[in-house]
Every structure is written in structure tokens, then in C-alpha cells.
Write a protein that binds this ligand. Structure first.
Ligand SMILES: Cc1cc2nc3c(=O)[nH]c(=O)nc-3n(C[C@H](O)[C@H](O)[C@H](O)COP(=O)(O)OP(=O)(O)OC[C@H]3O[C@@H](n4cnc5c(N)ncnc54)[C@H](O)[C@@H]3O)c2cc1C
Length: 381
């Protein structure tokens, strides 16, 4: 047994996930990276494998598993060699859908959550705007009540799955003069008039995933699409961030672990100045330093996962975990790239791709500086 957090069943599940990532996704990674796109069958296959509904209850098509199955899934995801696909799957299962589970009516769950967890419907989470990223409450998108509809106007940006989504879990202001107390959540069908994808955003890494800017122009959404109570969306957005940040932290740990594993093999095989690179003391120390950083982050993330399994909102600990894991991942992968020399910089070993993908960690879903503000606040500072 590797760890007290995991039972034998978790390790069996780990084998299944690893095999899926290595056999069904990794062989396509180079092509999807080059195309800056991936096919929608990935969602369908992930749904068929039960990977989208791991912790959701059986009534909505989930498996009702404990959160450590999710930990296993996120740790193994990087073996797809395709960060963009991993992010798309996590947005589908862990970022855009939990509010439907928590706040949705039975009808909304049947109409949206069930097909989302099967991979038959693709979803996105629409929070960020051009002038409201870290400062979520500054959002300008409005949803004005008109009879039995809401009329939505505004712009969202950096929306993962945004160009391909069938439905968006959208945050908009229903009471624009009430700050964060005026934000509501909606389930917005992208086939309704008034919705358009303004552009796909080119970016440093996560290339296969579509990151889109979205426009809403007098988009009329039926009132039944309101998710939860009017004007209470901000609380759910904030609580939902904990799951989003935790899965991102676990994936960062998994990504760094995989690159370190490859690097340990590489320094044993690569000979320079007549001996394997691993036989230089400086290399060994570097590897051990990286292992220390990785294990510290990994164990803290496991602890956080245990907390999260009991209470959805351990904001203090999850914020610490996100700082530790995402910053560690960038540093470790950077040093692994250095140990690969020119082969690290070249595309063929996948190290430079892992570095570019990992760089999103300390920015997306709440920048490191925002996490520090949360931790400071929870400490009463
Ligand atoms: C590839 C990608 C995918 C994304 N997917 C989604 C998605 O699916 N849905 C969605 O809604 N959003 C998504 N985002 C948006 C992401 O969450 C935001 O980019 C992030 O929250 C930061 O907001 P911003 O980019 O507007 O940066 P800003 O808010 O402009 O911040 C810029 C920088 O300022 C610093 N900073 C921020 N706050 C403070 C502070 N309090 N004190 C000191 N310094 C500070 C940080 O260094 C930060 O990086 C995605 C972004 C990217 C790049």
C-alpha cells in the first residue's frame, strides 16, 4: 500500500485510468497539439468509462465514489500527455457541473447533469470577463428580468470549452447595483439566438483545449434556467472554486510527478563526460530536492482532499494547496527541462509542452496572489 489515503480499490481504479490515458488518449496527443483541437468523442469515452461522474450520486448517473477516486483520476490524467484535453475534462466534470448538482432542480439535473456526465453534452463555466478576472464581483454581464425570461448582455473571456459547449454555467448580474450580492447563475443553452463565439484565444500551452471569448447580445433565456436563487450566485461561485482549485492542484502534482519520473530515467541513460548524468552529485541532489518539493505538495494535497471529502469549502487549506502544488509544478518541470538539455527544449520529449501547460496553474482559477489574499483573510490578517 503506497499511502494510507488509498485502499486497494483505488489502486485498481488507478490502473484502469492509467491504461485509458496511455492507450486511448496519449497516442493522439501530438496530433491534437498540432491541430490545436481534439475531437468530442473524448468526452463521450470519458463518460462511458465513468470518469466524468466519479463522485456524483448514482441518481444522476455518477458512481458515488469517495473523493480519493477523483484524486487518483487527476493524478493519472497527465499520462494523456495532453494538458489541454485534461483541462477540458476537468471543466466538464469538476468546474461547470458541480453547481448544477448543488443548486439544480430535479428537472435541471435530468436535462443537463445526466447528459454532461455521460459526455453527451459539453459544458463550460462562464465567470471571467475582460475586466473581471481575479475580481469576480466586478463582472458586468447582466441578466435583466423581462416577463418570464432573462435578457443577457455582456462578454465572457478565457472560457474553456467555450467554443464547443452546448451549455454554459453562466454568472451574470441580476442586481447590478448590489455588487457580489447581485450575481446569479444560469444554465445557458448556446443554441439560443443572441449567443456567439467572438474568437478562440491563442495561448502559450494547453493547445488542444478551446479557450473562447463569448458574446451575449439580448440573449433571451427562459426563467427556468436560473440556477438556485436569484442574487445568491456569488457564494456558489466562491465555494465551487474550492473543488476547481483542488483538482487543479492534484493535476499539478500528477504532472510534476510524471515529468520527474521521465527525468529520473533520462539522467540514468544519458551519458556526458563519460558517465551517466545521474552520477554527478549535483544531478542527484537536484533530483532529491525536486522529490522533496513534490512529496510535500502531494501529501498536503492529499490532506486537503480528505478535508474536502467532508466539507466542500476548506478555503484556507485549498488555497495553500493551490499555491504549493501549482508553483511547485512549474519549478520542478523547469528543472527537469534543464536536465534534459536541448532535448528538453525540443518538442519530441514532451517536456517543453508539460512546462507550457503547467504555467497556467499559478494563474487559472485564482492566481497565486489571490490565493495569498484568501489565506491572509482566513487568518484574520
Ligand atoms: C487557459 C485559460 C483557461 C481558463 N478557463 C476559464 C474558464 O473556463 N472559465 C472562466 O470563467 N475563467 C477561465 N479562465 C480565467 C482565469 O481564471 C483568469 O485568467 C484568472 O482568474 C486571472 O484573471 P485575469 O486573467 O483577468 O488576471 P487579473 O485579474 O487581471 O490579474 C493579473 C495578475 O494580477 C495579480 N493579482 C491578482 N490579484 C491580485 C491581488 N489581490 N494582489 C496582488 N496581485 C494580484 C496576479 O499575478 C494576476 O495573475 C481561464 C484562463 C486561462 C488562461
Amino acid at each position: 500500500m503506497k499511502n494510507p489515503w488509498f485502499k486497494e480499490e483505488h489502486e485498481i481504479f488507478r490502473k484502469t485510468v492509467r491504461s485509458f490515458m496511455e492507450k486511448e488518449l496519449a497516442p493522439h496527443a501530438a496530433e491534437w497539439e498540432a491541430n490545436r483541437d481534439f475531437p468530442n468523442w473524448v468526452f463521450k469515452r470519458a463518460g462511458e468509462m465513468g470518469f466524468l461522474g466519479i463522485t456524483y450520486p448514482e441518481e444522476v448517473g455518477g458512481s458515488g465514489c469517495d473523493f480519493f477516486y477523483k484524486v487518483v483520476f487527476c493524478e493519472e490524467l497527465p499520462r494523456s500527455q495532453c494538458g489541454g484535453v485534461n483541462m477540458a475534462l476537468l471543466v466538464q466534470a469538476d468546474m461547470a457541473s458541480p453547481p448544477i448538482h448543488i443548486l439544480g432542480t430535479k428537472e435541471q439535473q435530468q436535462e443537463y447533469l445526466v447528459p454532461i456526465l455521460k459526455g453527451d453534452m459539453i459544458c463550460a463555466l462562464g465567470i471571467t470577463e475582460p475586466n473581471a478576472g481575479s475580481d469576480v464581483a466586478a463582472m458586468k454581464t447582466t441578466a435583466r428580468k423581462e416577463g418570464d425570461h432573462y435578457v443577457i448582455n455582456g462578454t465572457k473571456t478565457f472560457i474553456t470549452n467555450g467554443a464547443r459547449a452546448d451549455v454554459i454555467t453562466l454568472a451574470a448580474k441580476t442586481a447590478p447595483d448590489q455588487g457580489y450580492n447581485g450575481i446569479s447563475l444560469f444554465l445557458v443553452d448556446t443554441n439560443l439566438p443572441g449567443f456567439s463565439v467572438s474568437r478562440k484565444i491563442d495561448k502559450m500551452g494547453m493547445h488542444p483545449s478551446d479557450t473562447a471569448e463569448l458574446a451575449f447580445e439580448d440573449m433571451r433565456v427562459p426563467q427556468e434556467k436560473l440556477l438556485g436563487e436569484e442574487n445568491t450566485g456569488f457564494v456558489e461561485v466562491m465555494v465551487n472554486f474550492q473543488g476547481e482549485r483542488l483538482v487543479a492542484s492534484i493535476m499539478s502534482v500528477g504532472g510534476a510527478a510524471l515529468v520527474l519520473e521521465k527525468t529520473i530515467r533520462y539522467v540514468q541513460e544519458r551519458e556526458i563526460f563519460g558517465r551517466p548524468l545521474a552520477k554527478f552529485q549535483v544531478t542527484r541532489h537536484k533530483i532529491v530536492d525536486m522529490l522533496c518539493q513534490l512529496e510535500a505538495a502531494r501529501q498536503y494535497v492529499y490532506y486537503c482532499s480528505w478535508l474536502y471529502d467532508q466539507d466542500r469549502n476548506p478555503a484556507h487549506e485549498v488555497s495553500i494547496a493551490k499555491i504549493l502544488a501549482t508553483e511547485m509544478s512549474v519549478k520542478v518541470i523547469d528543472q527537469c527541462l534543464q536536465l534534459h538539455g536541448g532535448y528538453g527544449y525540443a518538442a519530441e520529449y514532451g517536456i517543453e509542452r508539460a512546462y507550457r501547460d503547467a504555467r497556467l496553474g499559478p494563474i487559472g482559477g485564482g492566481a497565486t496572489e489571490v490565493m495569498k489574499e484568501v489565506v491572509g483573510r482566513t487568518m484574520g490578517l
